[in-house]
Design a protein around this ligand. Structure first.
Ligand SMILES: Cc1cc2nc3c(=O)[nH]c(=O)nc-3n(C[C@H](O)[C@H](O)[C@H](O)COP(=O)(O)OP(=O)(O)OC[C@H]3O[C@@H](n4cnc5c(N)ncnc54)[C@H](O)[C@@H]3O)c2cc1C
Length: 325
């Protein structure tokens, strides 16, 4: 780990002040819980000249319910998200995902916004400065070669946040405010399939809130992940599912994956299963479809084939559990 470099720390109290202080500068970064950002600074991956601490921005705190659904401030701590009664009751996958992030200390500091805007990860990137320099760096930072796929010019670092897939299966939307104004977009549109540049944020844009729509409240949902150390680790593969049943058949089905691509992805082709009973044959079809759409690369010490197999099995398992409830 490197020593902390010098930077200016701002503590704005409003969203507009935070956005103004950032100003879209290439050397400014937002700091929420810091559980990923500070590690990246200490590893020399990030060297911001200006850090904008979001913890004093009141507009970004609190969880509020209205006719539209649930409005979750981006600075809400994961611990509070996972423990919130309405989240647990109406958006179970989101509560389960929040409680599955790292360990209790990370959940105590880590925020919803920081989790949704988490940088992509790769074993050739999340290393100390001396390790990376000894390996001539990599495509994502300072190098010109991808050690995962040396022939190409694409970065395959994986998005490994837990909350995004859970919010995706509930049709989450996000509120963004930037130097050019405010907008509200589906969460799915925040992400791009590019490990080097995976967020569709304009320069200086701040994620202010996550909305979970009333329409999906109460739909049975769940999130499960596979990880090396059960007490603290990032997902090697994670799956979220939300579904409804009618007369013993699938009425709606949504599946989302994390850690097996540079972006959290909604699984395609789920409509093909609607109107069918959830039996062994259908569960096999779902598992195979999920497995095919997951494209993990050698970004962790655990083999891609294993993560691909596991993610199919996780999705299959949640579908079976929810269908039987
Ligand atoms: C040992 C260890 C284990 C971990 N395990 C997991 C895990 O299992 N699952 C998991 O999901 N994560 C894991 N993490 C990563 C991290 O702890 C969490 O993702 C956490 O939720 C990040 O939130 P934060 O508030 O600390 O973000 P920060 O570190 O403050 O920020 C993360 C990124 O998001 C940006 N950002 C923060 N807030 C906003 C905002 N409102 N708008 C725009 N950009 C913003 C920051 O600029 C930065 O780029 C782990 C980290 C460590 C060190």
């Amino acid at each position: 780990m490197e020593l902390m470099p010098e930077f200016k720390l701002h503590r704005p109290e409003t969203v507009s002040e935070a956005v103004r202080l950032n100003g879209g500068s290439e050397t400014a970064r937002y700091l929420a819980g810091g559980t990923d950002m500070v590690v990246n600074i200490r590893r020399g991956i990030e060297a911001p000249e200006t850090l904008i601490d979001l913890n004093g921005v009141k507009e970004m705190t609190g969880i509020r319910e209205d006719a539209d659904g649930l409005h979750i401030g981006a600075a809400v701590k994961l611990q509070d998200l996972g423990a919130h009664a309405s989240v647990q009751r109406d958006y179970a996958a989101v509560a389960e995902a929040a409680r599955a992030v790292a360990g209790p200390t990370h959940q105590n500091y880590g925020t919803v916004g920081g989790n949704l805007c988490l940088d992509t990860r790769c074993m050739y990137y999340n290393q100390s400065e001396w390790w990376r320099s000894a390996n001539n760096y990599c495509l994502k930072y300072r190098g010109d070669i991808c050690h995962v796929a040396p022939g190409g010019k694409r970065c395959f670092a994986a998005f490994s946040g837990d909350v995004a897939p859970a919010a995706l299966v509930h049709g989450g939307e996000i509120e963004l405010v930037g130097p050019r104004g405010a907008r509200r977009i589906p969460l799915v549109d925040l992400y791009k399939n590019d490990g080097m540049d995976h967020l569709a944020l304009a320069p200086g844009e701040l994620l202010v809130a996550l909305h979970l729509p009333r329409a999906t409240a109460g739909i049975p949902s769940g999130y499960v992940k596979s990880r090396v150390r059960g007490s603290i680790d990032f997902p090697l593969a994670g799956a979220a599912v939300a579904l409804t049943m009618k007369d013993g058949k699938l009425e709606t089905l949504s599946i989302a994956l994390t850690a097996v691509n540079p972006y959290p992805q909604l699984v395609k082709g789920c409509d093909a299963y609607l109107g069918k009973a959830v039996d062994g044959e259908l569960l096999e079809e779902i598992r195979e479809n999920v497995r095919k759409q997951a494209k993990p690369m050698k970004t962790t010490t655990i083999a891609p084939w294993y993560r691909r197999r596991v993610v199919g099995a996780l999705a299959q398992r949640i579908v079976a559990r929810l269908a039987a409830e």
